[in-house]
Design a protein around this ligand. Structure first.
Ligand code: DX5
Ligand code: ZN
Length: 218
C-alpha cells in the first residue's frame, strides 16, 4: 500500500510560508501537517489560528492539524473554520476524550488522537471504533528535528492488531524523526501515514524527498 505523506510545515521557512506551501502543493504530498503548540502542553509555542487561516488560503492539500495544546475542545470550531480535514488531539490533554472525538466528528472533520511516546496504545481499545486517525508520536512532541524513538515500531504493530480485531478503519500516523531510513520499517510494522518535517524541508529538493517517501520500497 502506498503511504500517505504529510509534510510538517513546522520545519518550513516561517518568513516564506507561502513559497513553502506552494512547494508542497506542487509535490506528491497527500496532506499538509500543521503543528499547533501552546507552550503549556508542550514546552514550545509554534503558531495559532490566524496563521492557520493564512496558510489555508494558499494550501491545496487537506490540512492535517495536530493540536499539542491543553483544553483542545475550546478551539475545535476555530480550527474547523481554518479548513481542517483532520483534527488530532492528544489523549494526555483530554479528560473526556470520547466527547472530544465526537465533537470533532460533529464539526465534519476526521477525528485523530495522538499518543505521546510514554502512552500505551492499549489505552485506545475502548475508543478505537470512533477514531479516524491515531498519531503515534515517535519523538516527544514540541520540537522538530529530534531522533526517532525505536520503541515506536512495537507500538505501531500493537495498534495494527487492535485495529484488525475491531471494526475500526483508523489510519496509523507516525510523527517525529521520520526519514527514508526508518520509513520502510514503519510501513512494514503497519503505518499508513508518514509525517516528516525537517527531513523534507532541510533537503535540497523537498518535493523529491516527498516522492521518495511516497515510493519507499517495503
Ligand atoms: C513534533 C511535531 C512534528 C514535527 C516533526 O512535536 O508534532 O510534527 O514537526 O518534525 P520532524 O520530522 O523534524 O521530526
Ligand atoms: Zn505533528
Amino acid at each position: 500500500m502506498t503511504p500517505i505523506i504529510a509534510p510538517s510545515l513546522l520545519a518550513a521557512d516561517f518568513a516564506n510560508l507561502q513559497r513553502d506551501i506552494e512547494l508542497i502543493n506542487r509535490s506528491d504530498a497527500d496532506w499538509l501537517h500543521l503543528d499547533i503548540m501552546d507552550g503549556q502542553f508542550v514546552p514550545n509555542i509554534s503558531f495559532g489560528i490566524p496563521v492557520c487561516k493564512a496558510i489555508a488560503r494558499h494550501a491545496q492539500k487537506p490540512l492535517d492539524i495536530h493540536l499539542m495544546i491543553n483544553t483542545p475542545e475550546a478551539y475545535l470550531e476555530a480550527f474547523q473554520q481554518c479548513g481542517a480535514y483532520n483534527i488530532t488531539v492528544h489523549l494526555e490533554a483530554c479528560n473526556h476524550l470520547h466527547r472530544v472525538v465526537h465533537q470533532i466528528k460533529e464539526l465534519g472533520c476526521n477525528a485523530g488522537v495522538a499518543l505521546n511516546p510514554h502512552t500505551p496504545v492499549s489505552l485506545l481499545k475502548d475508543l478505537i471504533n470512533d477514531i479516524d486517525l491515531v498519531c503515534i508520536m515517535s519523538v516527544n512532541p514540541g520540537f522538530g528535528g529530534q531522533k526517532f524513538i525505536n520503541k515506536t515500531y512495537d507500538k505501531v504493530q500493537e495498534l495494527r492488531d487492535i485495529i484488525a480485531n475491531s471494526e475500526s478503519n483508523a489510519l496509523i500516523e507516525i510523527d517525529g524523526g521520520v526519514n527514508l531510513k526508518n520509513a520502510p520499517a514503519i510501513l512494514n510494522a503497519g503505518g499508513d501515514v508518514l509525517v516528516a518535517g525537517s527531513f523534507v524541508f532541510n533537503a535540497q529538493d523537498p518535493a523529491q524527498i516527498v516522492s521518495d517517501l511516497k515510493n519507499v520500497p517495503v
